[in-house]
Design a protein around this ligand. Structure first.
Ligand code: GLP
Length: 257
């Protein structure tokens, strides 16, 4: 074990999603009050879907002005136009930004969100501009993260270095196979590359909330928490050295720990 960390195990996916939404709602409420601004790092994937619904319902019940609330996404497939149904842009718009905009809390996703553009000619320039923008916004206050079955974070696949920054990466065969479920089960339809925040970019977030659900994650969780030292073979192990990372598991994901 590297060290004992902040870990909470919930009875199921629903309880985990509710607790994560409570946590983020409180952080954004306090951040907006204390600093007048909140920058929220968003993840996509199956795991955070229910969390976003819960967060929307908390904002509905306890409204706050979101004029100074900004969201920053981890990654996007490449090449991938925003207009494509399978883009993370479309997913975020459907699941979170659009319903949020409908709530009349002064949130405007044309102005307040940042997600890599998977349709650019020059991904390197896009990556540089993206990191600059995060810096201009004052850095990420709370980052939501999921974990890939091979231990990836964002799309930092095994082999990604601790110091890696936003960049174009190649996806592993196993990640493309896992994510084929979002592309009608067709691995050939899953892009071979992505633009992702780097490990270093992620670790610069002031606080990180890792959501892990389901028995298909139990094996990788066991590997992460039994690693002697962070290793590029399992990029999620770098999180164990981040001082303000909270791990939220359900019992299935924690079954082998
Ligand atoms: C994708 C995303 C990751 C996400 C991972 C796990 O590959 N790029 O950011 O954490 O999937 O997704 P899921 O929650 O569907 O297991």
């Amino acid at each position: 074990m590297i060290s004992s960390k902040s870990i909470t195990i919930f009875s199921d996916y629903e309880a985990l999603s509710i607790a994560a939404a409570d946590h983020v709602y409180q952080a954004l409420h306090d951040g907006l009050q204390e600093k007048g601004k909140f920058v929220f790092g968003c993840a996509t994937g199956g795991t955070p879907a229910r969390f976003y619904q819960q967060l929307l319902s908390l904002l509905q019940q306890h409204p706050v002005s979101l004029r100074s609330f900004f969201t920053v996404n981890l990654d996007e497939y490449y090449p991938m136009p925003q207009s494509n149904e399978q883009s993370y842009y479309s997913w975020m718009k459907r699941i979170f930004w659009h319903p949020l905009q409908q709530m009349n809390l002064s949130f405007d996703y044309e102005r307040q969100v940042l997600i890599p553009d998977g349709d650019v000619q020059d991904p390197r320039k896009e990556a540089k501009q993206y990191e600059d923008k995060i810096r201009t916004w004052g850095g990420i206050d709370v980052q939501i993260l999921g974990i890939g079955e091979n231990g990836h974070i964002g799309f930092n696949e095994p082999g990604s270095e601790r110091g890696s920054r936003m960049r174009l990466v190649s996806l592993t065969e196993s990640t493309r196979r896992t994510n084929a479920k979002f592309f009608g089960g067709d691995i050939q339809a899953v892009p071979k590359q992505a633009i992702t925040m780097g490990v270093e970019t992620i670790l610069e977030a002031k606080e990180i909330l890792v959501l892990v659900s389901g028995k298909q994650k139990a094996e990788i969780m066991k590997k992460i928490f039994s690693a002697a030292e962070p290793t590029s073979d399992i990029p999620a192990t770098y999180l164990l050295k981040h001082p303000h990372t909270h791990w939220f598991f359900d019992t299935d994901a924690a079954a082998l720990m």
